[in-house]
Design a protein around this ligand. Structure first.
Ligand code: HEM
Length: 127
């Protein structure tokens, strides 16, 4: 029987490609690159773990790092509405690059959008 779990539909390989392409775009984005570490290897590894569980797969992130508390973990970084939009634009392009399509893409992007705006912790003029 086929699974309806989004993680099973996207699969580990495509999710991993998506995250790698996403951070290569982030590293080239003028508003995002300055707030990220130069080496994004560990960031990408954690994001793969997080998105696996976000999409209903095994709780890889929580097993290693504890409760995600994403808003709190982002507090040290100035996340403005403009940076949330930039993050989402990088993700939308990455989805295009790895040819993630259809209902899964729409569902995934919608949930990321909600999460991204929830991370906003500074107004644009304090970024
Ligand atoms: C970590 C920025 C949205 C998930 C980080 C880090 C930055 C950042 C600067 C620290 C990187 C590091 O030190 O390795 C942003 C910005 C966002 C955003 C500007 C725009 C809204 C999101 C969203 C998610 C997310 C929407 C999840 C769907 C994570 C995770 C980590 C992380 C899982 C690693 C946390 C850890 O250290 O354990 N983010 N982020 N972020 N972000 Fe975001």
């Amino acid at each position: 029987e086929q699974s309806n779990v989004p993680f099973d539909i996207i699969g580990e390989k495509q999710l991993s490609e998506l995250v790698d392409v996403f951070y290569s775009r982030v590293s080239q984005h003028p508003d995002l690159a300055p707030i990220f570490p130069d080496d994004l290897t560990e960031t990408a590894r954690k994001q793969k773990q997080f998105l696996t569980q976000f999409l209903g797969g095994p709780s890889l992130y929580t097993n290693e790092h504890g409760h995600p508390m994403l808003r709190a973990r982002h507090m040290p970084f100035p996340i403005t509405p403009a940076r949330a939009a930039a993050w989402l634009a990088c993700m939308e392009s990455a989805m295009e690059d790895v040819q993630l399509t259809g209902e899964l893409r729409a569902f995934f992007f919608e949930r990321l959008k909600q999460t991204a705006y929830h991370m906003v912790n500074r107004p644009d003029d304090e970024g």
